[in-house]
Design a protein around this ligand. Sequence first.
Ligand code: TRP
Length: 448
Amino acid sequence: MALAAAGNPQWTSRFAFLMAAIGSAVGLGNLWGFPFRTGQNGGSAFVLVYLLCVLLVAYPILMSELMVGRHKGLSAIESTAQLAKDSGKSANWGIVGVVGVFGAFLLLTTYSVIAGQVMAFGVMSTTGGFSGGPGAGLYDGTLMPLLWHTIFMAMTIFVVAQGLHNGIERFVTILMPAFFVMLAGLCIYSLVNGASGQALSYLFEPRFDEVTPSVVLAAMGQAFFSLSLGCATMITYGTFLSQDENIASSGGLIAGSDTLVAVISGLMIFPIVFAFDLDPAQGFGLMFSAMPAVFTEMPGGAFIGATFFVLALVAALTSAISLLIVAAIAGQNYTGLGKAGSAIVFGGAVWLVGAATIFISGLGANIDFFANSIALPVGGLLVAVLVGWVAPSAAMRGELPHASDRLFSAWRFLVRYVAPVAITITLILGLDQRFGFGLNRALASLTG
Ligand code: TRP
């Protein structure tokens, strides 16, 4: 049974929880990361591996994080420590929470800078700033990026400071449904006006021969990032869950919606990419400057372009608040600050480090590497080991009362064996890609 701490808030409804969790998962990772990595890794080969990573690794870990959070109902660090103590293991397992909180903090520093750039590009593309119109130069130099990063962090802090009910829930229950309407509209618009046949074959025609170790690495990293795993985010959202929430089914809804949004983003972007001969592997420029530029040549383009950026901003904000709340709640626990104070202090610290990445070249890339290639997989691995090997099995069974024995055993098998092995391989390949022990090259030559 959950030992909800006195005063620990609970989601007001299942809908609010789902919108918040889907809002966390759906972000720039879906709109930009997924189509970009798909383009870089040979289209459908990547999509296929991605789906397997979600099903066999990310979804079971997502369930695990929600289970750990709900079981103790304490902050991420205390929940993981207490769970280990329950089976007579060391409270040092709180390290799972520590890695997560630290990772969430770091991720948000660069996430906010990028989200700021998205906002600036949105204003520029709707005012004609890219072609010298009003708004030209809105992202020039270092002070402009600093200004946009500041605006984005201020909005994030504003929402989190008002707490779970008056801040986060109120915000996500209005904006996430609006997000889905905009996304569906834009996707239909692209399929009707773009090269939809080419896009569909690019995304879905199987090309198994193009599956290489680096495709698997990219897919696993993307799945972790996209489902907001390894960063104590879902542990924290789990702490607000009531005991009668079915974690297997809501986890399935979250993972399914997130994957659907990623695929729909591909269906929104690639028809335009092919119709206008853009380079599918171009990355940030593709999403946020080439695409908006071609919108202006299309029917109703100004309106479509503006909608596209509002969509991206909503996606980024709902993810950013989920990252900040992790640090804000842990901070509340350890410093005695109130919820608003903690959001402001920790949000301010995030802002400061983010600002430093604008001025110190290479810092942002190093933080990204550390957060994405080390903190996230290590956090996910630790969660898998904690729930699969350390926590009392009966306690975990108690968190999945609705599951059949078969489903529970399948989950347990995935978190005990499949996830740790898969994540460890990803971690090693990721380090190799950066520091070059030659592993990726050797594997690539083996697979021809
Ligand atoms: N999932 C978000 C995206 O796709 C980013 C994100 C939010 C995140 N919270 C997270 C990533 C926690 C890792 C961990 O953009």
